[in-house]
Design a protein. Structure first.
Lengths: 312, 312
């Protein structure tokens, strides 16, 4: 049984109740406690030594990343984070200095977004260090965003630049909390999510959930300097466009909105967030699947269709 | 630096905000989102392979325990659990059957208390299996319970029977959600907590937080059958009374209330929960420290003062 099959078997068995608006399978759980204007968001995210960081990773970066990942999911709902709880699994011979510096990184990010660190449990492990962060947030009652709301004709946008996060961004990225709230307050957002598995992979989640297809414009994809540098300096690195399409942990926003709002959102964005790129990278199509257009024409980006972008 | 010193250094650095009513150091975090009648509770708890369970532990027991521990903290606040999120760290070569049976145990307990399992993330680990469960709950706005509210003269109560949890109870215990709500609705509870480190250790937390002392009555301590059996069958086991005082993971309620309510709570309890013991085990005193009285007199239960109860 694959992990995908396993999760597909488990999700329908999970107990629900009258308070649950959105459960497993979305970026955040949405809970309704009968409050007039507001719904609650809940999200947990874990980072594990040797998977999401190494014993060489600076401890403040681990703390930053552990909270930032969960906040990025709150951003994908254009939510307001309120409080978080931190569980830290430590081996018996842990370094107290790691823990102090871990909290420096985590606390600093929490302060930036006015998130209370409402509890910090440490627990013993005989295995690797792990961190699990749970975040409580809120959204206006009438503004539940989802992956499944993309419409044919929508323009597709990404914030920032993509690819090469592993060179450093994954330890210091800014979750797009304020940007997402601004977008949701000013524009009729359709599908929204945060980029964790790469543009091609995450866009596919939106397409599947919305039962539509998409066409990306190769020349429009914003490629990060880190991805370009990596391609230049490391012979085994992905070509930059492939990195921008498939590297994980960008933690930028991916969203779609009606084409009539495309120019307006780009103009408004420049005034609101002059230091951060917003790019229209393609459009939603009635024809299923994910395609990319470049000067040589248009081709399918199949699940294993990235060989075109490999170095010869 | 000891773990205690480390935590003492970290707690004052944790960011707070206007929503935070009670943060790190209590059983649950308490969050105020401006709702008229209600406050929110947040709690996470982790269980780790080789620490809280072994590779031989039946998977449904692991799932039950992972959720029940967090629910026991909600019970310590007499709260109503609403929803939980589950993070499951699994090695690459994990057994899908373990995961399915883990969720059987967890889901079954969630259904019993009408808790929605609002999300279930799995993540890779190169270490041991770990589970982190985050729970959202609610309490009435005017009913924040705490460890620090014990008053001189209070009668001290425990639910159930103590000791020997490791023989099986730790995998199947019932968090005292309903019992705690009933107590809080009908009686002026003072200090309340759930027993995770043993009566002597946890009562000491209440005494320190409330700046009082206590006297226990040896003959009143409700000793579990498991602790008695263990003492009888295993030469290296603790004597039963010592087990009841110091074994961890009882997950019963420990609380204090004014002496004038002691008889009334015992009578009401018998009618409300005829199958579960409630026992008055002692009283809160102005004199600091923890003492125990038996037929030979009264003696101090120092931090290392349990040698009296060892087998000769």
């Amino acid at each position: 049984m694959s992990e995908f099959e396993l999760i597909a078997r488990i999700i329908p068995t999970l107990p629900e109740n009258d308070s649950l608006v959105k459960g497993a399978g979305d970026d955040c759980a949405v809970v309704d406690l009968g409050r007039k204007d507001e719904l609650l968001l809940l999200k947990t995210d874990a980072v594990v030594e040797d998977v999401h960081f190494t014993s060489q990773t600076p401890a403040p970066g681990v703390g930053h990343k552990a909270l930032a990942r969960a906040l990025s999911d709150i951003a994908a709902m254009a939510g307001q984070p309120i409080a978080c709880l931190v569980t830290l699994g430590l081996p018996a011979e842990f370094d107290p200095d790691f823990v102090l510096k871990f909290y420096e990184g985590l606390n600093s990010l929490a302060r930036k977004y006015n998130v209370a660190v409402a509890g910090g449990e440490t627990t013993r492990t005989t295995g690797k260090i792990f961190v699990s962060v749970a975040v409580l947030g809120t959204i206006p009652r009438d503004r539940i965003l989802s992956r499944s709301a993309a419409k044919v004709g929508d323009a597709i946008f990404v914030t920032g630049e993509l690819g090469g996060s592993i060179s450093g961004k994954h330890l210091e990225f800014d979750p797009r909390i304020r940007e997402a709230q601004w977008l949701a307050e000013n524009f009729p957002l359709h599908a929204v999510m945060d980029l964790s598995d790469g543009l091609a992979g995450d866009l596919r989640h939106i397409l599947n959930a919305s039962q539509v297809g998409a066409e990306l414009l190769s020349s429009a994809i914003p490629i990060s300097r880190a991805a370009k540098l990596k391609a230049k300096n490391e012979s085994s690195a992905k070509p930059p466009l492939l990195a921008a399409l498939t590297d994980g942990e960008d933690f930028e926003l991916l969203f779609t909105l009606p084409p009539k709002d495309a120019v307006r959102v780009l103009d408004g964005w420049k005034a609101a967030f002059p230091k951060l790129k917003l790019t229209c990278v393609g459009k939603i199509s009635a024809e299923g699947g994910l395609r990319i257009r470049d000067k040589e024409g248009i081709r399918e980006l199949g699940l294993r269709g990235y060989t075109h972008f490999q170095k010869s």
